[in-house]
Design a protein around this ligand. Structure first.
Ligand code: ASC
Length: 151
């Protein structure tokens, strides 16, 4: 039992010190993880967009719930872009992600910041505030896709 506890502690310590890519058993898992996180985020972001663009009636509570999910999801994809995850499963991620890591991280940070603002805007209950914050967040999605997502 004591040996097991020691082993578990050592494993935890290693895990905490390991780079993000080591959180995944294989590159394919990291690729699926980031795609899944971005897909879920996109679904909830799209529901806000439908309200912001007048395609569905504004529902302040739904906007708030969706924006909270977007803000939580926006933190996740980046761990799935670790070293060695440029291939291993079908991916549109461009090689520049790994050669321009500082710039890519700026985009990720920008999205996270805009999604926090989106959630704050949604909490005000104002459609105008939601529209403004949605536009800014969508621009941050697009800016990164333009540079780092292939066709
Ligand atoms: C979305 C979505 C994106 C962005 C992007 C904005 O709703 O899924 O990836 O907006 O299209 O330009």
């Amino acid at each position: 039992m004591k040996a097991l506890a020691t082993f578990a502690l050592a494993a935890l310590t290693l895990a905490a010190a390991a780079p993000a890519s080591a959180q995944f058993a294989k590159p394919e898992d990291a690729i699926k993880y980031r795609q899944s996180a971005l897909f879920v985020m996109g679904q909830h972001f799209g529901r806000i967009g439908a309200m912001a663009n007048g395609r569905v009636p504004f529902d302040a509570k739904a906007a708030q719930e969706n924006a909270d999910i977007v803000a939580a999801m926006a933190k996740l994809p980046w761990a799935g872009f670790g070293a060695g995850t440029d291939k291993g499963a079908p991916t549109k991620a461009l090689p520049a992600i790994w050669t321009e890591q500082a710039k890519f991280k700026e985009h990720a940070d920008k999205l996270e910041a805009e999604s926090v603002k989106l959630a704050a805007a949604a909490k005000t209950g104002s459609l105008d505030n939601l529209k403004t914050a949605f536009g800014a967040a969508a621009s941050s999605c697009k800016a990164c896709h333009d540079d780092y997502r292939g066709k």
